[in-house]
Design a protein around this ligand. Structure first.
Ligand code: NAP
Length: 277
């Protein structure tokens, strides 16, 4: 019998990661001879750990906090999205042992938006992105690629909003002015950690947000955030963070195993159950 293909996720900590659940589900579904395992790796061990992958028989790994930026410098080749975002979340060990890096967050975000909104470009006139962290960077890149116009970054720390806006040639709104912008917005995206279980709530009122608009929240604990609940009560289309988490795994799995996996109902339910625990 052939040796199983090895994959996994490197992080510190890594126990919270939902990636093993997703990839192991697909490995079983597609009857692959493969394993996907959590790999606790400290920041100071990352370089050595990455370059050991080929000797240990791994065909690739995912990277989570805090490794995504540091791994960037260790790759022989970087995909255009990894270059634009400045971070790597998917590593492939090529046949000659070299490491190539991709960032699937942007693609995953767009795949999920298509799934949830049908034709997301209908909402691309005026986009407000709350937050300017790592996830916001992937989302600005994704939305620009997909043709969104008039993108505004709105972040508590103005300098970070400005740096992100300069990098992608988009606009900035001061955090304290977010409320008055709502009535002019067609797509609102929350990329801050506000609204996440255990964090403060996102203080925003959607009563003047157009009912024809859409709201996307990348926070996935809980699945239905207060922001999404508010948007649904107003009759707006919504897109959840759980979908982004699932769809960013699709291109990673395909790059290692050559099978494009499906995000099916049972997998969504499995994740929802896990998040409820
Ligand atoms: P990050 O780089 O640490 O950025 C955090 C962002 O939240 C920053 O813009 C920060 O503003 C803002 N923020 C934090 N506390 C705040 C507060 N009290 N008031 C106003 N703004 C606040 O984190 P990240 O990696 O971008 O992730 C952000 C969120 O997205 C997390 O909840 C993460 O779980 C989620 N996420 C989801 C997915 C998915 O697949 N669904 C993928 C990636 C991330 P400052 O700049 O002012 O600090």
């Amino acid at each position: 019998m052939a040796e199983p293909k090895l994959t996994g996720v490197m992080g510190a900590p890594v126990g919270h990661s939902l990636s093993p659940l997703i990839h192991c589900y697909w490995i079983k579904k597609y009857e692959l001879q493969a394993e996907y395992i959590p790999l606790p790796v400290l920041p100071e061990q990352l370089t050595e750990a990455l370059h050991s992958l080929k000797f240990l028989g791994f065909c690739g790994v995912n990277l989570t906090i805090p490794h995504k930026e540091k791994a960037y410098t260790q790759m022989k080749w970087l995909s255009p999205s990894a270059q634009a975002i400045g971070a790597v979340n998917t590593v492939k060990v090529e046949a000659d042992g070299t490491l190539t890096g991709d960032n699937t967050d942007a693609q995953g975000y767009l795949l999920n938006l298509q799934q949830d909104l049908g034709q997301p470009e209908r909402y691309f006139d005026q986009t407000v992105i709350l937050g300017a962290g790592g996830a916001a960077r992937a989302i600005v890149f994704a939305l620009k690629q997909a043709g969104a116009k008039n993108i505004y970054i709105c972040n508590r720390t103005l300098e970070k909003a400005q740096a992100l806006a300069d990098a992608f040639d988009v606009n900035v709104i001061a955090w304290q002015n977010r409320q008055e912008q709502m009535r002019h917005t067609s797509l609102l995206v929350n990329t801050t950690s506000l609204g996440m279980q255990g964090k403060a709530a996102l203080d925003i009122d959607l009563s003047e947000f157009p009912q024809s608009g859409a709201v996307s929240d990348i926070v996935y604990r809980p699945k239905l955030t207060q922001l999404l609940r508010q948007a649904q009560m107003r009759g707006c289309r919504t897109s959840s963070g759980l979908g982004m988490l699932l769809y960013q795994a699709v291109p990673a799995f395909e790059s290692w195993f050559g099978v494009r996996p499906q995000v099916d109902e049972s997998l969504v339910r499995l994740l929802e159950e896990q998040l409820e625990q």
